[in-house]
Design a protein around this ligand. Structure first.
Ligand code: CTP
Ligand code: MG
Length: 236
């Protein structure tokens, strides 16, 4: 029988939205860009809530606090807003720093999500947190790579067997203590990482993979925005 503890275990999402969105080049911060009237940030929060997140910590740029607070007024779950940093890793660390206020000493499942992956299906969110609950210290959603990939260096270039490659999406899920320890260790040595699973590997923990979904694509360029609008409008 499942213990009531594990049923009651909190699921907290940290949504990083503090980037500059330079590749998109929109007039407003990327996470506030509306798709059919709803911002990327609010779409992400809705999907996370549908997948089981109970509260969210939203990490925003220092110079856009008022605009983000206005958008968060219509958030679909309880949120705390904090200011991010220069690198994504700094923004995640700022979000993690709020966990003691939300959870005290309690353990929990922490989902770290890019606001820019606004259409992540609730199924993906659920698979990630279920795998953490089942005992994995760190879980990432992945998809097969469809392009042929070449590695390029000073000696020339060569194709890489793409059947061995996976694209990594978010939310990435962690047991609270694992991700807190990983970020603390990185901060101590000043080691940069490109995602949170890499942070956990740095401290010697294994990362489990679950199926991601093409809909969890990251809105990065103007072309991605066209795709996002088509998805929101249900266009074939
Ligand atoms: N992010 C963040 N803090 C940073 C950098 C990125 O919170 N210092 C967040 C972004 O807001 C985004 C996610 O990390 O939701 C993934 O980053 P990316 O898609 O690269 O967004 P940006 O960094 O904003 O875009 P760009 O790299 O084109 O400037
Ligand atoms: Mg970036």
């Amino acid at each position: 029988m499942m213990s009531t503890d594990s049923i009651a275990e909190p699921v907290v999402a940290i949504v990083v939205a503090a980037g500059s969105g330079s590749r998109l080049g929109a007039a407003v911060p990327k996470a506030l860009v509306p798709i059919a009237g709803v911002s990327l940030l609010r779409r992400s929060l809705t999907q996370l809530a549908a997948g089981g997140a109970q509260q969210a910590i939203v990490v925003v740029p220092a110079d856009e606090v008022d605009a983000f607070d206005a958008d968060l007024g219509e958030a679909p779950l309880p949120t705390r807003r904090v200011i991010g940093g220069a690198q994504r890793q700094d923004s995640v660390a700022a979000g993690l720093a709020v966990l003691p206020e939300l959870l005290g000493e309690a353990d929990g499942v922490i989902l770290i999500h890019d606001a820019a992956r606004a259409f992540v299906p609730a199924d993906v969110v659920g698979r990630v947190s279920d795998a953490v609950r089942a005992g994995a210290p760190a879980v990432i959603p992945v998809t097969a790579v469809t392009d042929t990939i070449r590695e390029v260096d000073d000696l020339g270039s060569r194709v890489i067997d793409r059947t061995r490659l996976r694209g990594v999406q978010t939310p990435q899920g962690f047991r609270r203590s694992i991700i807190e320890d990983a970020h603390a260790a990185l901060a101590e040595t000043g080691t940069p990482v490109t995602d949170d699973a890499a942070a956990v590997e740095y401290t010697g923990n294994e990362v489990a993979l679950v199926d991601g979904d093409a809909l969890a694509f990251k809105i990065t360029t103007p072309l991605d925005l066209l795709l996002a609008r088509a998805v929101a409008e249900g266009r074939p």
